[in-house]
Design a protein around this ligand. Structure first.
Ligand code: GLY
Length: 371
């Protein structure tokens, strides 16, 4: 597959997403085209750095960049105040200045963390995303959301800070464990379910081959997701309206993810798959679409091997539907404690439902917790 360029048109803050094989090895050339200065601060977790830093470092050097690498521990726990503060202090100790560009090399955790570092260091540094997971390539690296977690919940402290460039190298996806690739694929399916029914059908046909290693098909899917995300972000950069659609499956999903404890027992994409199945089942409960259509969506997700119900036999049993609802009320989209849901009238017909009634939500959650 040749390289595909997807522009994100945000006026003076416009940038390109480059998608294709071999981009890491050419990163120096691509960064050179958009950055004026030579100094880079690359943030990567130790596992990703071991796999990809040597190639990236060589490419950056060849293009005349001077890059320092700051490593973080792998996992969601590094998206907290202490790792964040440590990165700020280390960066300042290295003598960075306003001409330094922060580069995130890694998955969603690294992108969110490094992006927030870039947003606040010296009141804002240029930023480049090099996403190395499917989830990060199709969702979190695009659109400028950066954040760390607080005790009260995920992503509650952050900033909008758009990158100057996103490099989505399809070759790096080959190093992903199958489970993580599949979890990222839940976010791919999400775009079809939101407003691209033809893409959803395409995924049902070509998704299995893309997941089995057909890079060209996977690249087509990544590019279509990035086009979809760019369109939403261009229309509503700061989530004052329609950008909330990108949270299909997330309000239900985040509640299960929080219950599971972010320890890898339930990956974000897996929680989103459960959440999307529940969002469709809940929509059917409200009479928005036939139950059979909701079940068909859930069956399609399950057909890829994604979970569509919580694992009730897990190490951390889910306490109750009420606990889950309480978690949903803490979601960032909630206003005055009232839950905002993304519901659907069919595949590709999602909409934002503010002030969702708690009663039916409890029924949907209670049903999901039936053995
Ligand atoms: N991941 C959702 C968004 O970027 O709005």
């Amino acid at each position: 597959m040749a390289m595909t360029t997807v522009p994100v048109d945000l006026g003076s803050r416009r940038y390109d997403i480059l998608i294709g094989p071999g981009l890491l090895a050419d990163a120096g050339t691509h960064l050179r085209a958009v950055l004026k200065h030579d100094r880079l601060l690359v943030i990567a977790d130790a596992a990703v750095a071991r796999l990809h830093w040597p190639v990236l470092d060589a490419s950056l050097r060849a293009a005349g960049f001077r890059a320092d690498l700051l490593e973080t521990p792998p996992g969601e726990a590094s998206k907290g105040f202490s790792v964040f503060a440590g990165l700020l202090e280390q960066a300042l100790a290295l003598g960075i200045d306003r001409r330094t560009t922060v580069v995130a090399l890694g998955g969603g955790v690294t992108g969110d963390l490094a992006g927030f570092v870039a947003a606040v260091l010296l009141r804002g540094l240029d930023f480049v995303q090099i996403p190395t997971t499917l989830l990060a390539q199709v969702d979190s690296s695009v659109g400028g959301k950066t954040a760390i977690n607080a005790k009260a919940g995920k992503n509650l402290v952050g900033a909008f800070h758009q990158p100057k460039l996103v490099l989505a190298d399809l070759d790096v996806l080959k190093t992903l464990p199958r489970r993580e690739l599949l979890a990222g694929f839940a976010e791919v399916l999400k775009y079809g379910l939101i407003d691209r029914p033809a893409f959803f059908d395409w995924l049902l046909e070509h998704g299995p081959a893309a997941l089995a290693g057909d890079s060209a098909l996977l690249g087509e899917a990544v590019a279509e997701c990035c086009r979809a995300k760019a369109a939403v972000v261009q229309a509503d950069e700061r989530e004052e309206g329609q950008r909330a659609l990108l949270n299909l499956g997330h309000t239900f999903g985040h509640a299960f993810e929080a219950e599971a404890g972010y320890d890898g027992g339930l990956l974000h994409g897996e929680a989103v798959a459960i959440g999307m199945a529940l969002a469709f089942r809940h929509s059917a409960r409200l009479g928005l679409l036939p139950q059979a259509e909701a079940e068909s969506v859930a069956a399609s997700l399950a057909g890829f091997g994604l979970p569509v119900r919580p694992d009730l036999s897990g190490n951390r049993p889910i306490s109750s539907a009420e606990t889950l609802l309480a978690r949903m009320r803490k979601d960032k989209k909630a206003l005055d404690g009232k839950v905002t849901l993304i519901l659907a009238r069919g595949v590709g017909q999602a909409f934002v439902a503010r002030d969702a009634d708690a009663g039916p939500i409890l029924e949907t959650l209670t049903e999901a917790l039936q053995p």
